[in-house]
Design a protein around this ligand. Structure first.
Ligand code: SAM
Length: 214
């Protein structure tokens, strides 16, 4: 994984941030042992960041696109209100076992609605107002997700989109013909020109676009 900071600084930050919960540590380990692309997992620092955002917003409804093994799902779910729910969409059915295995070991299990399938197929069936939306699925659809979902984001609600620096390749656009770089660049430009939101591109890990609906 590309990082904007040195390994030493990253290590220091980890050591001076709240300790990773044991269940998340186990999930992280099993993700590296059992999945083909383990580096997709958000991990300790980004997970804590998501948890803090969720704790601040106190959301009733969260939508996550791209569950992978459920690390970020658990972190986001921690801030839900008592009657809150997180809907999380993952296209790979083989990941279901590990997601359930770890969710079952948390008190958050009943608050998580895992939906297996393609996000663009499932989103139209969801009739909710979202307090947090976390976009972390296929990069080529980021702008589609944004356009479809912004109307259902609550006023002052938060939308987060991960990997918007794309390992620094974002700086190569427009000369790059890589379709993901191109799509992420179009997404970043669109958000930057959207007068309906306040946005911050935070250089955390692979870049997180944070959008608040005005
Ligand atoms: C970067 S990973 C998600 C990481 C996870 N949010 C975390 O923080 O640990 C992206 C996930 O999105 C899934 N995905 C890709 N395209 C998708 C789509 N069209 N619909 C739903 N899930 C998709 C992939 O299978 C993969 O598990």
């Amino acid at each position: 994984m590309f990082t904007l900071i040195s390994d030493e600084i990253e290590d220091y930050c980890e050591k001076h941030s709240s300790k990773e919960e044991d269940i998340l540590y186990q999930l992280y380990r099993e993700t590296f042992q059992k999945t083909l692309r383990p580096r997709m997992i958000s991990g300790h620092i980004q997970g804590l960041f998501l948890q803090m955002i969720s704790n601040l917003v106190k959301p009733k409804r969260i939508l996550e696109l791209g569950t992978f093994t459920g690390y970020s799902t658990i972190c986001l779910a921690k801030g839900l209100t008592n009657d809150g729910l997180i809907y999380t969409i993952e296209e790979e059915p083989e990941l279901e076992y590990i997601i359930h295995k770890y969710l079952h070991q948390t008190p958050l299990y009943s608050k998580v609605k895992l939906m297996i399938g393609k996000a663009l197929d499932i989103i139209p069936s969801l009739h909710e107002t979202w307090d947090i939306i976390y976009i972390d699925a296929d990069k080529t659809n980021y702008l589609n997700y944004y356009k479809i979902l912004l109307p259902s984001l609550s006023k002052n609600g938060i939308l987060l989109a991960d990997n918007v620096l794309w390992s620094g390749k974002i700086l190569n656009h427009p000369s790059s013909d890589d379709k993901e770089t191109k799509a992420l660049s179009e997404f970043n430009e669109y958000v930057q020109n959207d007068n309906n939101v306040t946005n911050l591109l935070l250089p955390l890990r692979d870049g997180i676009m944070i959008v608040q609906k005005i």
